[in-house]
Design a protein around this ligand. Structure first.
Ligand code: NAG
Ligand code: NAG
Ligand code: NAG
Ligand code: NAG
Ligand code: NAG
Ligand code: NAG
Ligand code: NAG
Ligand code: NAG
Length: 708
């Protein structure tokens, strides 16, 4: 026990001891007596003290801390390097962030779950989930059927001129089938979206379709891009046995249809890229865009919803819809049919044989080259794609299997306990905010006490609902394509049922195996997926310092978003505005004063709210940990690191942020990782105290912003 503590002592303690050695023998003897007495007292009062955690998950965590840290960096000068230096130094190619690594681990967990030989009872939801994954992985069978299953689908749609057997089907009929039965939206996309406010009534949204190619003549290498796309479409047609001359003609027309459609986007739409919606009715749409039979198309897509022509719909760009109708009106029907079928083939590629997959991969690679972007990983292994498809079609079941495997009741209870410690700490801290008036403090406290927390997974996954996992209408085989289509129709039906059923409260935006937490302001719900509450962020057997520092500060960060609305201009009229503005300005200047690695940029006013949340979260998590320490004994530490519990708290806070500091997305509202560590830590006197940072060192600049 004693040895552990000497090893754990901070540097300062070591030097103190060395001076003590110079004292006389008597003093040493006296001192030893004193120490012996204190040790005795220590044993009497705290039988366990902070002993090392020898649990395998702890040892694994120690190993990962030791490999990511740079022990020669000084914590008071550059804590980020001290914790993450060996990762971000560039000597290793693996500069992925801790969360990216965790995401990958979760994919591997899903793979193990799906590939385990468990005798699921035939016809059960789990059996169907596993069966779909296996069918997706059976590339031999998929390649053996070749293009035949797709040819059948094309015949069901009335055929096309490219392979001859063609019955000139009605345009509106084909379009309706494509959108309602095959999930392919060649001219516009229509979907239901729950309104953001409860009770989340569904709204019909109509947006432009996704274009595989950004056809813009002013683009760099435009002609090469067209050529690459032309050769890709020709390949698809060739796999289906198309005649080369007819193919070339139809493919060229298809490309010109796409580029004419793109040109139809209204100008200001191109600028704001589909953020605002305009309300209209189906009857008005029919006037604006007469080439489409709107009522019958939308009825097919949203069956069994009852729609009439006065139904209101939200359209993101009416100019596009008008232009699209004109384009359709000018094109011969046989070309329209070919265009629609080529679009369908692209949509179905995940379910087609390797010829199709390779063609699509080559196209993407080529486009990336032409755009001058660095080659990214296109060779995504098959199992990852299959896990993604399985997750799409069987999310409730796969989610429940994941939770069962990775998030025990013990984990859930411990995480819930941790969350309530954080929640209480924030509630206690609110009344100490000098700039916030009492009324607003009470408002936040009420919100905080009524917040609904979904820990690990949504209720519907934790308490499986047979309706949500009803896959009776899924037919397997004979080909994987047919299985895929059947799953996609079943998913559509389930989605429609859930929209038409009783109004639902909150819908999860992330599956339980994902790694992002979020707070939904309109529902006052905070969500922490099971995929996130895993080592290295959280484990019930970890020292509490680790759980509070990593998972706890992340929970606190989400809760801080409740207060965001009070920080924005005009958000809190009753607050002490001059003080609030002063502190926000202080925080902004504080972040601007921090040094960044060469070549990286950031905008401190763009990231101000997230910086405020980071800074507040660290304060709250530390207060919650202190309070917890006062109430509990039996805290452990991690062996071999030489960190006291409070130091360990900060180490684990920072470790979660490790990642390449250079890859900063300009849209990201968060600061780059190094600032997410240095910003909050150097604003916290507690950090300087526990690491003995002299005043004036970068991690203890002396003045602190008092926002929190
Ligand atoms: C840095 O990490 C590598 C493995 O990723 C490890 O072999 C090496 O010892 C580490 N360096 C230090 C100083 O810990
Ligand atoms: C570790 O930190 C020291 C001191 O800051 C620095 O000189 C060294 O390059 C760092 N090592 C790595 C691998 O980044
Ligand atoms: C690191 O990445 C580069 C380019 O991506 C590659 O050429 C190199 O072999 C990689 N090094 C290691 C050690 O994996
Ligand atoms: C099929 O295409 C060829 C050439 O593109 C054309 O001559 C023929 O009329 C088309 N057939 C039909 C039924 O549209
Ligand atoms: C043409 O399509 C019909 C169904 O639309 C099918 O019955 C017939 O076998 C096909 N003929 C050829 C030669 O592919
Ligand atoms: C689709 O149906 C609408 C409404 O019946 C009709 O006006 C339009 O001409 C049809 N479109 C085509 C291309 O046949
Ligand atoms: C159309 O549907 C709405 C409800 O969606 C209904 O209130 C209205 O009476 C219907 N109009 C006609 C003409 O049926
Ligand atoms: C920084 O972000 C703010 C708010 O997002 C924006 O108004 C400002 O133009 C940005 N400044 C720079 C230099 O990009």
């Amino acid at each position: 026990m004693e040895t552990v503590w000497t090893q754990q002592g901070p540097r300062e303690e070591w030097s103190n001891r060395r001076t003590l050695l110079g004292l006389g023998l008597i003093s040493v003897l006296l001192l030893s007596l004193l120490i012996a007495f204190s040790v005795l007292l220590f044993y009497t009062f705290y039988t366990c003290g902070p002993g090392p955690c020898e649990h395998p998950v702890c040892l694994e965590l120690v190993a990962s801390y030791l490999t990511t840290r740079n022990a020669s960096a000084l914590p008071c000068i550059d804590f980020f390097s001290f914790v993450c230096g060996n990762l971000s130094s560039g000597w290793t190619n693996d500069s992925r962030s801790v969360l990216q690594v965790l995401k990958e681990k979760n994919q591997n967990r899903l793979r193990r779950i799906l590939e385990a030989s468990v005798p699921w009872s035939p016809g059960s939801a789990e059996e169907k989930t596993v069966r779909f994954y296996k069918a997706c992985m059976d590339t031999e069978a998929i390649d053996a059927s070749g293009a035949e299953p797709l040819t059948q689908v094309i015949e069901e749609l009335g055929g096309w001129n490219i392979t001859g057997n063609w019955t000139l089907p009605d345009f509106n009929h084909t379009l309706k089938l494509l959108m309602s039965q095959y999930g392919s939206f060649p001219f516009f996309k229509a979907y239901l979206r729950p309104q953001s406010r409860p009770p989340h009534m569904p709204v019909i949204q109509i947006v432009q379709p996704e274009f595989q190619i950004p056809f813009r003549p002013d683009q760099k290498n435009y002609l090469e891009i067209l050529r690459a796309y032309l050769s890709y479409l020709k390949q698809l047609g060739t796999f289906l046995g198309g005649d080369q001359m007819v193919l070339l003609e139809h493919v060229s027309v298809s490309i010109s249809i796409s580029s004419n459609l793109l040109a139809a986007k209204s100008l200001d739409q191109r600028k704001r890229e589909g953020k605002l919606f305009q309300e209209t009715t189906i009857a008005q749409l029919q006037e604006v865009a007469p080439s489409i039979d709107w009522l019958s198309c939308l009825r097919a897509i949203f069956s069994p919803m009852t729609l009439n022509s006065s139904q209101s719909v939200m359209v993101d760009d009416l100019e596009y819809i008008r232009g699209m109708s004109q384009v359709i009106g000018q094109i011969t029907r046989s070309y329209l049919q070919s265009h629609m079928i080529l679009g369908l083939v692209s949509t179905l590629i995940p379910a087609l044989d390797s010829n199709f997959q390779n063609a699509q991969r080559n196209l993407r690679q080529r486009l990336q080259e032409l755009a001058g972007q660095p080659p990214s990983a296109f060779n995504i292994p098959r199992w990852k794609k299959c896990i993604e498809e399985t997750g799409t079609f069987f999310e409730p079941t796969l989610g429940a299997m994941f939770v069962q495997e990775t998030f025990s009741h013990g984990s859930r209870d411990a995480a819930t306990q941790l969350f309530s410690e954080i929640q209480n700490a924030l509630s206690r801290h609110l009344i100490r905010l000098p700039w916030m008036d009492e009324g607003s403090q009470r408002e936040v406290q009420v919100k905080l006490s009524q917040i609904k927390v979904e820990m690990g997974a949504s209720e519907k996954i934790l308490k499986p609902d047979p309706v949500k996992q009803d896959y009776h209408n899924i037919k397997f085989g004979p080909s994987f394509l047919q299985t895929f289509l059947s799953c996609s129709r079943s998913l559509r039906e389930r989605t429609m049922r859930s929209f038409l059923g009783p109004p639902h409260s909150h819908s999860w935006k992330v599956p339980p195996w994902e790694v992002n937490a979020y707070y939904s302001m309109s529902d006052n719900v905070v969500v922490f997926p099971a995929g996130l509450l895993q080592p290295p962020l959280f484990y019930p057997d970890y020292p509490s310092a680790v759980n509070f520092g990593a998972a706890g500060s992340m929970m606190a960060h989400e809760l801080m978003h409740i207060i965001n609305q009070y920080l924005v201009p005009g958000g809190c009229p009753a607050c002490d505005i001059p003080t609030l503005h002063g502190e926000l300005l202080c925080l902004q200047q504080h972040y601007e004063s921090l040094s960044l690695p060469a070549g990286s940029t950031f905008n401190s006013s763009h990231t101000l709210l997230e910086n405020a949340a980071d800074t507040g979260a660290l304060v709250i998590a530390m207060q919650a940990y202190r309070k917890w320490q006062q109430k509990h004994t039996g805290e452990t530490i991690l062996p071999r690191l030489g960190l006291s519990p409070y130091q360990l708290f900060y180490q684990s806070y920072a470790q979660v942020m490790c990642g390449s500091p250079k890859l900063q997305n300009t849209q990201d509202l968060h600061s780059p990782p190094i600032l997410r560590v240095h910003g909050p830590l150097s604003n916290t006197p507690t950090f300087a105290r526990y690491f003995n940072c002299p005043r004036g060192t970068p991690m203890n600049p002396g003045n602190h912003c008092q926002l929190w």
